[in-house]
Ligand binder design. Structure first.
Ligand code: SF4
Length: 119
């Protein structure tokens, strides 16, 4: 990433903020709602390779925070069921936010479902 404050990789038309839902566990979900259109997608990604790696997590958090020009940033997780990533994944996400957020940034974490949160 470019560290020179006079240089930017953002196009001039880039919005100052945006909302992005990351799916760290892909379509995998252990809730099994009868109406779910996602569960059949799990067959397309049948193993752990569809899980967000730590390297991707770090790149995602860093770029998400860098690309916001607003004070408030939301780190939002969706699935499938994102908590299948387990507690250590989310602890690491919080650590990375503290590493990369600018001092004035206020970062909110949100997640959908949160039924399976056992470590
Ligand atoms: S919680 Fe969502 S992803 Fe999981 S089975 Fe229900 S509708 Fe599908």
């Amino acid at each position: 990433m470019i560290n020179n404050p006079n240089m930017t990789t953002e196009p001039l038309s880039a919005p100052p903020a945006f909302h992005l839902l990351a799916k760290p566990s892909g379509a995998t979900c252990n809730i099994d709602c009868t109406y779910c259109f996602f569960l059949s997608k799990e067959a397309l990604y049948p193993n752990e390779k569809s899980r967000m790696s730590e390297a991707t997590l770090e790149t995602y958090i860093r770029q998400l925070l860098e690309s916001h020009r607003t004070q408030e940033v939301t780190v939002a997780w969706q699935g499938g069921e994102p908590t299948l990533m387990k507690l250590d994944f989310f602890k690491r996400a919080v650590e990375l936010v503290e590493t990369y957020r600018r001092p004035e940034q206020i970062v909110q974490h949100s997640s959908r479902n949160i039924i399976s949160s056992s470590a």
